[in-house]
Design a protein around this ligand. Structure first.
Ligand code: ZN
Length: 60
């Protein structure tokens, strides 16, 4: 059972090693280690240095 009910719309399924790309400028980053979710008041997708919200390179 990997598919949890989408109860929290703000939750983003980030995991260690996930790649993110910017649709605007083409930057690509890798999440080496996902931090402590308990300390994330409001989880948000990463924002590129160009100001655009980044996207999963390999959406699940
Ligand atoms: Zn960018």
């Amino acid at each position: 059972m990997d598919e949890a009910a989408p109860s929290a719309a703000s939750h983003i399924d980030m995991r260690d090693g996930d790649d993110f790309t910017c649709p605007n400028c083409g930057c690509e980053i890798m999440l080496k280690h996902h931090g402590d979710e308990a300390k994330m008041q409001r989880m948000q997708m990463f924002t590129c240095c160009c100001g655009v919200t980044m996207e999963f390179e390999h959406p699940r």
